[in-house]
Design a protein around this ligand. Structure first.
Ligand code: PGA
Length: 251
């Protein structure tokens, strides 16, 4: 079964509402003819404006995190119901910046994932090794632990609603891309871990993205790899021209 490519922008902590409006207006006509799935994961404060601007277009809007709790005394957290009421479709979970600066762990990612799935948000679960881990040949151990911990206890149906993103930490925002062979090798490994947790058949249906300095220059080569089903685009998603070239890599 062919897996539909999914190209997701991760705006991180960039773009005020005014800037978001300009970027989305510029982006809409540039990506309207693609057959690939297009997502922009925007700051919470841009969600309502982004959803409104993307209504009736092929662009879906995502958030960059969600609380595991349904509601209550969790200062600064944002719940799944809050996101859904604004029309949010996707949510990024376990991004390496959350793991690195905000204490996110496989257990907290797993708790957020279960809530997102129960509520009907579509999660994008990020995994990836640091440079030190890669240099010490620990990539597979680290990735296996993140995938198994992050996806623990979800149903087969939930798995099919989940997108995985392999983002080597050393390639994020550094201009250093993993070579397409390195990305393919690790993503193939992610798929084999999922096959062990579930079944090979299911693992072959799950979409797995690459992320880390993906841009108009390297997207074609990465997307030519059999196991790479899309990308998470940080820096290059902040310019409509660049992001649209990534989305339209197959044109
Ligand atoms: P980058 O970020 O494209 O700027 O490397 C990707 C990401 O962190 O999702």
């Amino acid at each position: 079964m062919a897996r539909k490519p999914i190209i997701a922008g991760n705006w991180k902590m960039n773009m005020t509402r005014v800037q978001a409006t300009e970027l989305i207006e510029e982006l809409k006509p540039l990506v309207k003819d693609t057959k690939n799935e297009v997502v922009i994961c925007v700051p919470y404060t841009d969600l309502d404006v982004a959803v409104k601007l993307c209504e009736g277009t092929n662009i879906k809007v995502g958030a960059q995190n969600v609380a595991w709790a349904e509601k209550g005394a969790f200062t600064a957290e944002i719940s799944a119901d809050m996101l859904l009421e604004l029309g949010t479709t996707y949510v990024i979970l376990g991004h390496s910046e959350r793991r690195q600066y905000f204490g996110e762990t496989d257990a907290s990612v797993n708790a957020r994932l279960k809530t997102a799935l129960a509520k009907g948000l579509k999660p994008i679960v990020c995994v990836g090794e640091t440079l030190e881990q890669r240099e010490k040949n620990r990539t597979k151990t680290v990735i296996r632990k993140q995938v198994m911990g992050g996806l623990a206890g979800i149903s087969e149906e939930d798995l099919l609603n989940t997108v995985i993103a392999y983002e080597p930490v050393w390639a994020i925002g550094t201009g250093k891309t993993a070579t397409s062979e390195q990305a393919e090798e690790t993503i193939k490994f992610v798929r084999s871990v999922i096959a062990k947790m579930f079944t090979r058949k299911l693992a072959n249906k799950v979409r797995i993205q690459y992320g880390g300095s993906m841009n108009p220059k390297n997207v074609k080569e990465l997307m030519a790899m059999p196991n790479i089903d899309g990308g998470i685009i940080g820096g290059a998603s902040l310019k409509a021209g660049d992001f649209s070239l990534v989305v339209n890599y197959d044109k």
